[in-house]
Design a protein around this ligand. Structure first.
Ligand code: DC
Length: 232
């Protein structure tokens, strides 16, 4: 009998380690991992470069009109053993993780046209099954029928510390308080936007990983996945 393939949705707050966790699950199961946040980040970078968004302005009409010109792909990078995000054939993996894009991404992801387009692309990718997708609205909007939904959370301080370590580990000069402020602001914007706000799906399982290692999270989730795979 062919082994059942699942759709696994991982949602939650910024910098909870969703991508690390989702990637580890995908690797374990040999599934495709999709970082939906990277898609919103790529759109944000495009808008910044076009001058559609800045400190005190946002040109909604130009952003909506520009969407058909934005092409996003994930291309395997053998050096990293992971997928890089491409915006209109340019590798933007590093640039989209920076603080500038992080500053604007929540505002871009409140826009209805942007969300509609991203959800459409995410569902196309999901048609293949055997995927783990992380984001904010995967279990609530993109795949309401996902086989497994996990909602991740952790304390703000531990999230800021993890992001700080990640960025300094890449050699970037960053300020801890600025990162923490960015996380708090993004939580508020993500939870309070009108369209697809961040919230736990009724059937999602909560994972608070404030005091959990990745290994501990993996052994926890693999037990749940085994059960799902053995259900008829
Ligand atoms: O996961 P991340 O921090 O890379 O996501 C970047 C931003 O994109 C986040 O602040 C909210 C937005 N986002 C979203 O609105 N919906 C998703 N499914 C994924 C991300």
């Amino acid at each position: 009998m062919m082994k059942k393939k699942l759709i696994i949705a991982i949602d939650g707050y910024s910098s909870c380690g969703k991508s690390t966790f989702a990637k580890a699950i995908a690797r374990e199961l040999n599934y495709i991992f999709i970082d939906s946040g990277a898609m919103y980040r790529a759109v944000t970078l495009y808008c910044m470069r076009q001058g559609f968004i800045g400190e005190n302005y946002l040109d909604h009409d130009s952003i909506a009109a520009g969407l058909p010109s934005i092409h996003i792909e994930f291309v395997y990078n053998p050096d990293r053993g992971e997928f890089d995000t491409y915006l209109n054939s340019e590798n933007v993996e590093e640039e989209i993780r920076g603080i500038e894009v992080s500053k604007y991404v929540s505002r871009i992801s409140t826009l209805a046209e942007v969300r509609t387009r991203m959800v459409e692309l995410q569902r196309q990718i999901g048609m293949f099954k055997g995927i783990v997708m992380d984001g904010r609205d995967i279990g609530t909007v993109v795949f309401p029928d996902a086989d497994l939904k996990i909602f991740m959370t952790a304390s703000v301080d531990i999230r800021a510390k993890r992001r700080y370590d990640e960025l300094t580990g890449k050699g970037l000069k960053v300020n801890f308080e600025e990162i923490k402020k960015n996380i708090i602001t993004r939580d508020i914007t993500d939870e309070n936007r009108d369209i697809s706000p961040l919230r736990k799906a009724d059937d999602a399982i909560v994972l608070d990983n404030t005091r959990m290692s990745v290994a501990a999270q993996m052994s926890w989730v693999m037990k749940i996945i085994e059960q799902k795979l053995n259900e008829n």
